[in-house]
Design a protein around this ligand. Structure first.
Ligand code: C2E
Ligand code: MG
Ligand code: MG
Ligand code: MG
Length: 275
């Protein structure tokens, strides 16, 4: 019986690592050239005050349009960029472009109070994040108070001296948001020490807010936590009016999600929000 199982149950096939490995190398090579080839661009998603509908900011979200691969979502290429170190170049490009775009909207007469830009953990490893951010602000002329950087809980918990880096960023006038809040393992004691201004409630909690009592409880708890720590709170992934009503009833008056707008190109933001 054992013998039979040995013959039929075990499959000693070798997965074609060579093929996959080569494919990955090829995509990495294409990614490394993507900025120079003009294949990288940004979408912007509005952040809205729920009761007034006012535009309070936008989040910059990176996109890669490659002739061969099509539009590649960030969840597919950010990890590659992190593994290869390209994330540093990409992250700087994203920040530069986001700041330049703010200037263009200013010139066009659209008031976008704030722009949020995502940072990856790998961008903290070099230790010069504050120089990079300070340099970009200087060269683009954007007021530091209009820039918010988004990091996840894991970036904070896994980065040695995260407190130091975040204090440095705070000292040049940039604000910080904790992205996907509630999905990581941040310590509340630590959170209290950090000069963070905003918690972004992860969209996984918002999704079933009217049907799942656990998600409701977590969302309400995060809103309360933000209130007691004197932080601003934004709900991510708001797709329905009911979700927005729920949030407002429980004291969260800021939202981002498809209910308000998908991430869009700069001109679409202009045509929709300029009064
Ligand atoms: P994130 O920072 O949490 O960004 C929000 C994501 O949720 C975006 O996906 C956005 O399109 C999506 N989203 C917004 N509203 C809704 C909604 O109502 N319903 C649903 N189902 N989804 C919604 P996207 O653009 O694909 O980005 C995914 C993640 O990739 C981001 O999550 C962020 O972690 C990362 N990312 C994007 N741009 C950058 C970047 O420039 N640098 C770094 N390091 N990471 C980035
Ligand atoms: Mg984000
Ligand atoms: Mg998020
Ligand atoms: Mg996310």
């Amino acid at each position: 019986q054992a013998k039979a199982r040995g013959r039929n149950g075990y499959q000693f096939y070798a997965p074609s690592m060579t093929g996959e490995g080569l494919e990955r190398l090829r995509i990495e090579a294409m990614l490394r050239r993507s900025i120079d080839k003009g294949e990288i661009f940004l979408h912007y998603q509005p952040q809205v005050e729920i009761d007034s509908g006012r535009l309070i900011g936008v989040e910059a979200l990176v996109r890669w349009q490659n002739p061969e691969l099509g539009l590649v979502p960030p969840v597919r290429f950010i990890p590659l960029a992190e593994d290869t170190g390209f994330i540093n170049q990409l992250g700087e490009w994203v920040l530069q472009e986001a700041c330049r775009q703010m200037k263009r909207w200013d010139d066009a007469g659209l008031n976008v109070p704030k722009i949020a830009v995502n940072l990856s953990a790998k961008q903290f490893e070099r230790g010069s994040i504050v120089n990079m951010v300070g340099g970009v602000l200087e060269e683009t002329g954007l007021d530091a108070a209009r820039l918010q950087l988004e990091v996840t809980e894991s970036v904070i918990m896994d980065t040695g001296d995260a407190l130091g880096f975040i204090n440095d960023l705070h000292s040049i006038g940039v604000s910080l948001a904790i992205d996907d809040f509630g999905t990581g393992y941040s310590s509340l004691a630590y959170l209290k020490q950090l000069p963070v201004q905003t918690l972004k409630i992860d969209r996984s909690f918002i999704k079933d807010i009217s049907t799942d009592i656990n998600d409701e409880a977590i969302t309400i708890a995060i809103i309360q936590l933000a209130k007691s720590l004197n932080l601003s709170v934004v709900a991510e992934g708001v797709e329905t009016g009911e979700q927005a009503d729920f949030l407002m009833r429980h004291g969260c008056n800021k939202a981002q999600g498809f209910f308000y707008s998908r991430p869009v190109l700069p001109d679409d933001l202009l045509s929709k929000w300029r009064d």
